[in-house]
Design a protein around this ligand. Structure first.
Ligand code: PLP
Length: 443
């Protein structure tokens, strides 16, 4: 309670802004993911790894725009790309050279030959699923229970449920994530659990027997909305083999993992090749953009217009200019080395604190992403996350960090995202705040 009161006291300008904003802006925010009780925090500006709120509180940013800003805020290279493009016009609804260059750079990084652009992660997964449906001529979609893939109907299913609603292990429930999602759509989305390839195969066979063989499985190669949940050895390879054998299109949703886990995302890091990939977030370096990549065969339905993939702002020149600058000049091999170095420092540091205080939990990470999971047992899927996560301590850690100048996502369950502008000192500051927390809760 005292940490809560401390944060409330230091964010009074945000409170005043909220009181005014909420008259016309619902809840005072543009997206429910910007909410935080009792009022949201309004940001004034950011530079590098630092953000400053409207109360002029300064934070080291570990939220990084829900994992979108690994270039760092106001990165001068991105700024130059915007400044060079702006006087030439920012939107024509027509192709520009940069979009072809970016498609080529992504093809190189992912080893996936064919690409199209969209404006967000949701658009990317919506289009990927439509392409998979068009390619296979089937309607059913499989996803991982507890995974978030954006806010279109097909994937607003079986996301943030209470433990007692998950359903039987063999047949986890298809549940609408909030109102407004048609039941007919919910029924077409079948969840399975992460790290359980045998269950996946049994479900595919079963659905096939019922005359509703799935078009695709959409999944994150490492789950990124329960902290970080890595694939167990052999799991992704088994998923690849099973989906290929049954003719189910495998989509890696790399909206979060793409460009953060490695230069070629989770696909490169885990060495398993999907049929399709979705990107967004980091790709634009702070401008809204997204991409769908696929094999020659799958994307042929886009090429021959069997499936319509469209969008007024798709391939927007400004976003393509920043994406190009990011890929060519910011997210270099040296940048990934730096991110891995920082990640090692923060994960090792946090794990040392956990070990020395005997905390029930562990530090985990990959690339620019990581977290401390407050759970006495290793989280391997959504049920183990719901069953074992110590939620009060997770929430306390969030408040604790915020009060010590460490900005985390208000969703609390998200991992940290590092940027190329973070330093060793930033990692050490995180670790020392965590050590103080460990001392406080074990006292
Ligand atoms: N896919 C994943 C894995 C995500 O984490 C998100 C957003 O957090 C999305 C898709 C949706 O992206 P957007 O919010 O840009 O629509």
């Amino acid at each position: 309670a005292s940490e809560e009161a401390r944060l409330d006291a230091s964010t009074q300008a945000s409170k005043a802004m909220y009181e005014k904003a909420r008259t016309h802006l619902v809840n005072g925010v543009a997206s429910a993911y910007q909410l935080r009780d009792p009022w949201p925090i309004y940001i004034d500006r950011g530079r590098g790894a630092t953000i400053i709120d409207v109360d002029q509180n300064e934070y080291i940013d570990f939220h990084n725009g829900y994992g979108s800003m690994i270039q760092g805020h106001a990165n001068p290279i991105i700024g130059e790309a915007v400044a060079a493009r702006y006087p030439l016009g920012t939107h024509f609804g027509m192709a520009t050279e940069d979009s072809a260059v970016v498609a080529g750079l992504l093809a190189e990084r992912w080893g996936i030959p064919r690409w199209r652009f969209v404006n967000s992660g949701s658009e990317a997964t919506m289009n990927a699923i439509r392409i998979a449906r068009g390619y296979t001529g089937r309607d059913t979609v499989m996803k991982i229970f507890g995974s978030y893939h954006g806010h279109h109907d097909t994937v607003m299913v079986s996301i943030g449920e209470d433990y007692d609603r998950i359903g039987p292990r063999e047949h986890p429930a298809s549940l609408a994530y909030g109102g407004g999602v048609p039941q007919a759509t919910v029924d077409m989305t079948i969840p399975v659990h992460f790290n359980d390839a045998e269950n996946l195969e049994r479900r595919i066979v079963e659905l096939d027997g019922e005359g509703r063989k799935p078009a695709c499985l959409i999944m994150e190669a490492a789950m990124m909305n329960l902290g970080v949940v890595l694939p167990e050895p052999g799991y992704l390879e088994a998923v690849r083999e099973i989906t290929a054998r049954h003719g189910v299109v495998l989509i890696f949703d790399e909206v979060k993992t793409g460009l953060t886990l490695a230069a070629g995302g989770a696909t490169e890091r885990f060495g398993v090749m999907p049929d399709m990939v979705t990107l967004a977030k980091t790709l634009g370096g702070g401008l809204p953009t997204g991409a769908v990549g696929g094999s020659e065969e799958v994307m042929s339905v886009v090429e021959d217009h069997t499936v319509n993939q469209v969008g007024t702002y798709s391939g927007n020149p400004l976003a393509m200019a920043t994406a190009r600058a990011s890929l060519e000049k910011v997210l270099t091999p040296e940048a990934y080395q730096h991110l891995e170095h920082l990640e090692d420092r923060i994960v090792t540091g946090c794990q040392e604190v956990i070990d020395s205080y005997g905390l029930p939990g562990y530090a985990i990470g990959a690339g620019a992403k990581g977290c401390v999971t407050f759970s006495p047992r290793k989280v391997i899927d959504y049920p183990t996350y719901k069953q074992y996560q110590d939620r009060p301590v997770t929430q306390l850690a969030w408040l604790w960090n915020m009060n010590r100048g460490i900005y985390m996502t208000p969703g609390r369950e998200e991992e940290w995202t590092l940027s190329v502008t973070h330093t060793d000192a930033d990692m050490d500051r995180y670790v020392s705040a965590f050590a103080e927390l460990a001392a406080a809760i074990t006292n």
